[in-house]
Design a protein around this ligand. Structure first.
Ligand SMILES: [Zn+2]
Length: 434
């Protein structure tokens, strides 16, 4: 193309369209293309960097950094089962239950804790561990917890390993210990439903060394216990068990209300309506902001009266997709709907890992998978983040951003300012003449 040709073309272009393809403009655009093209080789680190500024997907850790020193409850997706991790404002960490005896979910919970609770540091101390009860979907993954982390204090249920049911010779020593412990507590009728996996937990618990190399402290869960720090402003209170023995192991699960600032969440393990009624009779429960549904949304938990007493706005359901129990049941979901919390339900089978946290609000956070609500005068608020689910931007891909930048650059490079002004003027003229 000769000099005159290019002049002609550009003149022609100016007349017919709003684009001008001059040499300089083409050169600038090509430079941008080259830079963007080159950046594609670094997609992965760039995407990671972008993730660290958002709260989506697997990079939930960055989100916690933004809410440093606050109160965080993690509902780790372990399929059908419970695994809850806590980060407290004074830096203490806790774990409640560990999901089932399943390699995949155990790996996930260990990895999750390392990345999101200990933020990739070498720290690995849980200040406390609470085992709600002896069912395998709560105790099953405990071996992985003991293997990977150090536990200082262990809260265990008063469920005693039953010698007659499962004991083998190798286990008899602890079985006797368990009988002794039961006797010390004046419980001479140990709960019969205990399993080998629960025995394994007891073995690990009683041989666990804390961060100072001393025996981990073991405490029987019971109503009235508190894990709290007034200066840090948090309180974790046990409202049950109020009895030494229950006919159903689920009912040994402590009903716990954890609060920080003006916000609180109730955690109930698999406690069923008998315990809910017991607690309602004995205490005037405070209203809470959030509730982890009892027993994975089974119809044997979450009575109308319990819901009314706690009056939660947000519901968390720890449940496996397509589980054989039909959890959460239609009956309970209907109860929630009738109670007008039908839309504020977060489920691990649909939302993956879920974070409930109380902290200083992140300004201008408007992404689809988080909600910031109820800021008080100190601008503290609740923030809920999920890792998967409908309408959720799990990942932003670098190529998507590159495409957008390319289109914008194209317009910026070749669009003539004069033409825009001219067009605008014409528009205004037209508008006025009308
Ligand atoms: Zn369960």
């Amino acid at each position: 193309m000769g000099k005159s040709d290019s002049k002609k073309t550009s003149k022609k272009t100016t007349k017919k369209s709003k684009f001008v393809f001059s040499k300089t403009r083409i050169l600038i655009f090509m430079l941008i293309c080259a830079l963007l093209g080159g950046s594609m080789f670094f997609s992965k680190p760039i995407e990671d960097k972008i993730m660290s500024y958002s709260t989506h997907g697997a990079q939930l850790s960055s989100y916690q950094t933004a809410l440093n020193n606050d109160f965080i409850v993690h509902f780790v997706d372990v399929g059908q089962g419970d695994c809850i991790m806590l980060e407290l404002p004074d830096g203490k960490k806790g774990i409640i239950d560990a999901g089932d005896d399943n390699k995949e979910t155990e790996e996930h919970l260990v990895e999750y804790a390392k990345q999101n609770v200990f933020d990739g540091t070498s720290d690995n101390v849980f200040d406390f561990l609470i085992l709600t009860h002896s069912d395998s979907d709560h105790v099953g993954g405990m071996d992985a917890v003991f293997e990977n982390f150090v536990i200082n204090t262990i809260y265990r249920p008063k469920i005693f390993y039953n010698k007659t049911q499962n004991a083998t010779t190798a286990q008899s020593e602890l079985t006797n210990d368990e009988t002794e412990r039961a006797n010390e507590l004046g419980i001479n009728k140990p709960t019969t439903k205990s399993t080998n996996i629960y025995f394994e937990f007891l073995t690990l618990a009683y041989s666990e060394k804390d961060e100072n190399g001393l025996n981990a402290q073991i405490i029987f869960s019971e109503a009235g216990l508190e894990i709290s720090d007034e200066t840090a402003g948090y309180n974790i209170k046990f409202y049950s068990p109020n009895k030494d023995s229950y006919s159903d192991v689920n009912d040994f699960s402590p009903i716990i209300i954890a609060s920080y600032k003006d916000y609180s969440i109730a955690l109930t393990g698999d406690a069923e309506k008998e315990v809910e009624e017991e607690v309602l009779e004995l205490y005037k429960l405070p209203n809470v902001d959030a509730l982890k549904l009892g027993h994975h949304g089974s119809s044997s938990s979450t009575t109308q009266a319990f819901l009314e007493a706690l009056d939660p706005e947000y519901i968390f359901i720890t449940v496996g997709a397509g589980n054989k129990y039909g959890h959460p049941t239609e009956e309970v979901l209907k109860r929630l709907e009738d109670y007008n919390i039908g839309t504020n339900i977060f489920r691990t089978d649909q939302n993956g890992d879920i974070i409930f946290s109380v902290g200083k609000q992140i300004a201008n956070s408007d992404s689809t998978n988080e909600q910031t609500v109820q800021a008080d005068s100190e601008s503290y608020g609740i923030l809920i983040a999920i890792s998967e689910g409908d309408g959720v931007l799990s990942y932003i891909k670098w190529w998507q951003i590159v495409s957008v930048i390319l289109v914008i650059s194209f317009f910026l490079c070749f669009l003539t300012k004069k033409e825009i002004e001219k067009k605008a003027k014409n528009e205004i003229k037209k508008a006025i003449s009308k």
